[in-house]
Write a protein of this length. Structure first.
Length: 384
């Protein structure tokens, strides 16, 4: 290991130790554990039930036994004279950490390794802002989490009369889908999107904290459980935007395999054979990263039959109308990961078949055999 990487590793270790030492000194304000006057409740707590009637999986999964789950309600709160540090840690004027800003859990707060910066923020380079909605958090660069936890929060406030008075704060150097999705779904102009680096502090007149529309606790075995009503609302908004813009990309297929040929894991190694076997159903290969955000939305709005190995691309099923989804899941992987897409298809009543499959290597690549291909055919032919 070079001296450079040794120094980086040492810095990360020291940073983590410093954050751990300062954690007991933090003052934390948790809007979920106590009612505060600045909180405006958008929706009170209600039961969460995931519809599994259109979900087909013969294996065992702990989340099939979830019962009596309730949301924490939906809310937003205006924080005057706030400061934002690290990757989204929001501090009020009394230097209290607003826990909702760190995905409402001390676990995610501590993962940022920045607790010491709460007390040392005076040494950080300063930026000034007016009114801000921060979408920064530990998971904001992941397409699934961006969609289910960032876009859904904007969804909760985009029709409020004050929404246009706020800028949206995102990661410096964010991937293209971040700005594209904000513009397409919520008409947020690029001039209303601002950034900050990890090492800067942003001081603002007002910060709007919007609740994450999911729960995660011992009753869910520390698995994220999302509100079906919010998933439906995002789906409806996407269809509204597509129709309003009269978007039609004729070259986009109705039946397709989400290809991971450019990825480093979970590839279908005999993908060409699979496509050839389904050619009579007009299946095509689609590489999502080669499409714009708008094209991906339109692709899934018009989709009829979809095959994909487990991966973030399936997140786009949240924009679909009524397709059949076949998901191929590496059997060595924790079944916990399969639950995220089940919640989307359950909320939208989409037919979803999950098949566990043995992988070929540590990268979870797979080869689909003739027996499984025949099963796929039967599923699709039954819908014709």
């Amino acid at each position: 290991m070079s001296n450079f990487y040794k120094r980086i590793k040492l810095f990360i270790w020291i940073n983590g130790i410093a954050s751990w030492i300062f954690y007991p000194l933090l003052k934390i304000k948790d809007f979920r554990s106590k009612k505060y006057p600045e909180c405006y409740v958008k929706e009170i707590s209600k039961p969460i039930s995931v519809n599994l009637s259109n979900y087909f999986f013969n294996g065992s999964a702990y989340w099939k036994n979830f019962k009596n789950l309730k949301s924490d309600g939906l809310f937003f709160a205006e924080i005057p004279n706030a400061t934002i540090i690290s990757k989204g840690i929001l501090l009020d004027s009394k230097n209290r950490v607003i826990l909702e800003s760190t995905i409402f859990q001390t676990e995610y707060l501590n993962r940022l390794n920045s607790n010491h910066l709460v007390f040392l923020k005076g040494f950080l380079p300063k930026k000034k802002g007016a009114n801000v909605v921060s979408l920064l958090n530990k998971l904001d660069n992941n397409y699934f989490h961006w969609t289910l936890e960032s876009l859904t929060r904007v969804l909760l406030i985009h029709e409020e009369p004050f929404f246009r008075d706020y800028n949206i704060l995102i990661k410096d150097g964010a991937l293209p889908f971040v700005k594209k999705s904000l513009k397409f779904l919520f008409n947020v102009p690029e001039t209303n999107i601002i950034t900050k680096t990890l090492g800067e502090k942003l001081e603002v007149k007002k910060a709007l904290v919007v609740s994450f529309p999911h729960i995660r606790n011992v009753n869910t075995r520390m698995t994220n459980v999302y509100m079906p009503s919010v998933i439906k609302r995002l789906n409806e908004l996407a269809h509204k935007r597509v129709n309003a813009a009269k978007l039609k990309f004729e070259r986009l297929p109705k039946n397709f395999i989400i290809s991971r040929k450019n990825a480093i894991s979970r590839r279908i190694l005999n993908e060409e054979k699979l496509i050839e076997s389904l050619s009579y159903l007009n299946f095509e290969q689609v590489v999502l990263e080669e499409l714009s955000f708008e094209e991906q939305v339109v692709l899934f709005v018009g989709a009829k039959k979809i095959i994909s190995s487990h991966g973030a691309g399936i997140t786009n099923i949240i924009y679909a109308h009524d397709p059949i989804l076949i998901e191929i899941f590496p059997e060595e992987r924790s079944i916990r990961d399969a639950y995220y897409f089940v919640q989307i298809t359950g909320a939208l009543e989409i037919e979803h078949h999950l098949f566990k499959h043995k992988t070929q290597n540590k990268k979870e690549d797979m080869v689909i055999g003739n027996t499984m291909i025949a099963t796929f055919k039967k599923i699709f032919e039954a819908s014709i």
